[in-house]
Ligand binder design. Structure first.
Ligand SMILES: Cc1ncc(C[n+]2csc(CCOP(=O)(O)OP(=O)(O)O)c2C)c(N)n1
Length: 515
């Protein structure tokens, strides 16, 4: 086997069996190696789609995908969604093609400092020095990406290391399942005392704590102590809906968040920090809690939330408390004008059991997603890094991770334009994804932020940088050009019906919601 074949063989041998790829000349041997039947190769027409898809795949599967990126510029195109993935603690293995060492000395056009581009957003970067080390190198990359929390591992693969015979490889270390350690017992005892005090406490959950057994245990904690349970405004993945433990959401707007938090004497965190503002503003605080409330870290990022909550419930003698569960909410179909509330109501009515909801709706969904908490059970995914253009790639990766579940991708028209090529991959792979474009022809959030920053009312030049209505984007033509059927709606009942209709057909579809 040559180096590229050894690399792909090692990836699949260690469970990394999907590659989101955008290849170039330096990756032709890698492409040949992708003939390996154990590897699913998915072509993406922009590298930001590759890296965002790897993020979505990890969020749902919990194991890293690989990407194939073309030298420094290909990696650079993928960096914004690597940033979002890193912030979401998603692991991924990036394979970045490179010229052979013998060619680099001539300073060819595509030469760049790949390590320099990769390092700020990767936890681990290595250049393959010879085909003889490729299996070792990629298995180290996989181990790094699989750590808990997940890590960004970037492996640079020069052409000659790809095409030369790899020969015998050193024996690989046995893969070690990532183990999160339990939090410190003294910390848990302290928090038990805080909760026993009866003073108002807010428990903020993130990471692994917003799903599965940890979420159930949090529901018991609430029942036993009367504490409230919340998430930050953005969370990597939440299991929610009727029958699950409901989590409140700390508001996005600084004033609302300060108001929400002011009554809590104690803030207890699991895999997150105390709430902070998304941006700094001239006259608003960065830290959102009341100055006299205490912050107590129960579980650090990378520690085991299940163990931490079990220890805490034991310390409180509350292991057998029943969890507080969400009741089915109002899931009647709405009618009338489209607005954030009627849109959320339509979602609550139409979301099918077990679906996945990727949210990049910005102003359209910001205040109203609470209305969907009593919908059928679903997973909700948010953007953790604030770099827009994450949703359609993440939806693509989530659909590949969970082929039996429909994915709904709510995305503002401005955000959608960053990575709209995802639709093409969705059509090609036949993925069950409903993309919902909120077409307000504007970067609406920036209008509010203009005022929040104290800049007053935007003048015509500023507005021209915020409105995206000239020319108007033709979403249905866009979808058609990439092989995705679409419908446009301008009423709440029309949106609801389109949502339901999309679940009856296989493959991707797009709903343009005209606002
Ligand atoms: C990579 C990147 N570029 C620019 C921004 C700044 N930004 C934040 S929101 C936004 C516009 C979003 O518009 P849209 O998705 O249509 O949502 P709306 O605000 O209209 O609800 C922009 C440009 C960003 N967050 N990330």
């Amino acid at each position: 086997m040559n180096g590229a074949e050894t690399l792909v063989d090692t990836l699949t041998g260690q469970g990394v069996d999907i590659c989101f790829a955008n290849p170039g000349t330096s990756e032709m041997h890698f492409l040949k190696a992708l003939e390996n039947p154990r590897m699913r190769s998915v072509l993406c027409l922009f590298e930001g789609v590759c890296t965002g898809a790897a993020d979505g795949y990890y969020r749902m599967k919990g194991t890293p995908a690989s990407t194939l990126l073309h030298l420094g510029p290909g990696l650079a195109n993928g960096l914004a969604n690597i940033h979002n993935a890193r912030r979401a603690a998603s692991g991924m293995v990036n394979i970045v093609g490179e010229h052979s060492a013998s060619h680099l000395k001539y300073d060819p056009p595509l030469m760049s400092d790949i390590e320099g581009l990769a390092r700020p957003l990767s936890h681990w970067v290595r250049r393959v020095e010879s085909p003889g080390s490729v299996a070792w190198d990629v298995s180290t990359a996989i181990a790094k990406a699989s750590e808990r929390p997940g890590k960004i591992a970037t492996l640079i693969l020069p052409g000659d290391a790809s095409w030369q015979e790899a020969g015998a490889q050193p024996p690989l270390p046995a893969p070690v399942a990532a183990q999160a350690k339990a939090p410190d017992a003294a910390r848990v005892e302290h928090i038990a005392r805080v909760l026993k005090s009866g003073e108002p406490a807010l428990v903020i959950l993130a990471g692994q704590a917003t799903r599965g057994r940890a979420l159930e245990l949090a529901g018991k904690l609430k029942a036993a102590t009367g504490c409230r349970l919340a998430t930050q405004f953005f969370t990597a993945r939440i299991e929610r809906g009727a029958g699950r433990v409901p989590l409140e959401r700390i508001p996005y707007a600084v004033g609302q968040a300060v108001e929400y938090l002011k009554g809590f004497r104690h803030i207890i965190t699991l895999e997150t920090t105390e709430p902070i503002a998304f941006f700094s503003y001239p006259d608003k605080p960065s830290l959102l809690k009341a100055p006299d409330s205490g912050v107590h870290e129960l579980v650090e990022l990378g520690e085991d939330s299940v163990a931490g909550l079990e220890m805490l419930l034991d310390a409180l003698g509350a292991a057998n408390a029943p969890a507080v569960l969400q009741q089915r909410g109002d899931t009647s179909a709405p009618s009338g004008a489209l607005n954030p509330a009627s849109i959320a109501q339509a979602l609550a009515a139409a979301l099918p059991e077990h679906c996945i909801l990727v949210d990049e709706s910005l102003t359209t969904g910001r205040e109203t997603m609470g209305l969907t908490v009593g919908a059928a059970r679903h997973d909700l995914i948010n953007n953790m890094g604030g770099s827009i253009g994450y949703a359609t790639p993440v939806a693509t990766g989530a659909a590949l991770a969970c082929p039996d579940r429909r994915v709904f991708c709510m995305v503002g028209d401005g955000s959608a334009m960053y990575t709209i090529q995802s639709l093409w991959t969705q059509a090609r792979e036949g993925l069950d994804i409903t993309t919902i474009i909120f077409a307000n022809n504007s970067y609406a959030i920036l209008k509010a932020e203009y005022a929040n920053m104290g800049a007053g009312a935007p003048g015509p030049q500023a507005l021209a940088m915020i409105d995206i209505d000239r020319p108007r984007i033709d979403w249905q033509a866009m979808a058609k050009s990439m092989g995705v059927p679409s419908v446009a709606v301008d009423s709440a009942e029309g949106f609801y019906k389109a949502m339901v209709a999309s679940t009856r057909e296989q493959g991707p579809s797009l709903i343009e919601v005209r606002l």
